[in-house]
Design a protein around this ligand. Structure first.
Ligand code: DAH
Length: 345
């Protein structure tokens, strides 16, 4: 035995490559098997005298360890040979769960409200979220110094301009745009996102959603408004629902009212949702102010109309008794999934 014999085997080991486990096993037999190259060297080693053993003891053991390490490494890294008869996939493995999204509760409510008004013959209209002062305030009869124009409430995009750009604070701006371009009679609902400079809390958010309604024609009266809202409330909250109108003020309607629906939880007896009153506030409404009709080029001596506006999160909160507005914006799947069953397909 010479040191070159050992180096030659080491070089062979270094160059060893296998492409499957069968080859790895063949290599193991070739080097470390009973009749393997390394085993043969050990047999020779056993015959050596004391000096020979001293000289070759360490290198031959190192070689054996290297051979074992190389085979182990190949066993780990080389792909398993496919047994042709074995199935390529394990059909008994559980499948991967595909997490499908679900419709957002605000979208569910919007769709339900839109569908109700479609049955009444209303179209859907949309308008820009970045609006100008004219369409959000001026054309809607807001006096020049009305607090709603204040920096506290409105996100202004540009200022120092006579008609600054801003994020719309309500969807009533879409009323104006519709009246500007459509001919009377007009019957539209306008769903959309609105923005207000509010501190975020359980009851207020800087982004929320509204749906606006507008009906303009000859001879539209407050009785039409009341009946339309009663029919809507019964479709939305159940056939037993009653409504009540309380006088209110909006610059763009005269007269104006807030609408309450009878509490669908305690049916008027009083509970903590309706704060013991038996009534829940759902929207603002009124007869479109003649100034608003005129500003958009509609002859107020011939035509009249009514309008209403409600918050979608508010309606969703009443429908599902969610007590914190922030849930709608956090996109927590555990919350969103709770509304799947409410989707009517
Ligand atoms: N724009 C009002 C708001 O944001 C809601 C509203 C009230 C809309 C009365 C209307 C209406 O069309 O007639 O609070």
């Amino acid at each position: 035995m010479t040191i070159q014999d050992i180096e030659k085997v080491q070089a062979e080991l270094d160059a060893l490559q296998c492409s499957n486990q069968k080859e790895v096993e063949e290599a193991r037999v070739r080097f470390l098997g009973k009749k393997g190259i390394v085993t043969a060297l050990f047999e020779e080693f056993r015959e050596l005298d004391k000096d020979g053993k001293k000289e070759f003891g360490r290198p031959i053991n190192t070689l054996k360890q290297a051979a074992q390490a190389k085979i182990d490494e190949l066993k780990e890294t080389v792909g398993q040979v496919q047994d042709a008869s074995a199935p390529k996939v394990d059909l008994s493995m559980p499948g991967d769960d595909m997490d499908l999204g679900s419709r957002h509760p605000v979208s569910i409510v919007r769709q339900e409200i839109v569908q109700i008004f479609r049955k009444f013959g209303y179209d859907v209209a949309e308008g820009p979220e970045i609006e100008d002062d004219y369409h959000v305030f001026e054309a809607l009869n807001f006096p020049p110094n009305h607090p709603a124009r204040d920096m506290q409430d409105t996100f202004f995009v540009s200022s120092g301009h006579p008609n600054p750009l801003l994020l719309r604070t309500h969807t009533s701006s879409v009323q104006v745009r519709t009246m500007e371009k459509e001919n009377v009679p007009i019957r539209v609902v306008c769903p959309g996102r609105v923005f207000r400079n509010e501190a975020i809390s359980a009851r207020a958010h800087c982004i929320f959603h509204q749906i606006e309604g507008l009906y303009v024609d000859e001879g539209v009266t407050f009785a039409d408004l009341k009946q339309s809202i009663l029919l809507f409330a019964r479709e939305m909250f159940g056939p037993q629902t009653e409504i009540r109108l309380r006088p209110s003020y909006f610059p763009f309607t005269e007269p104006s009212a807030e609408v309450d629906v009878s509490c669908n939880i305690c049916h008027g007896k009083g509970c903590n949702i309706c704060k013991g009153t038996g009534w829940l506030e759902i929207m603002g409404c009124g007869m479109v102010d003649p100034n608003v009709l005129e500003a958009s080029g509609i002859d107020s001596s011939k035509y009249s109309g009514f309008a209403f506006g409600m918050g979608l999160e508010r309606i969703a909160m009443l429908k599902w008794r969610v007590n914190d507005l922030r849930h709608y914006f956090e996109n927590d799947m555990r919350f969103l999934k709770e509304f799947e069953a409410s989707i009517e397909v």
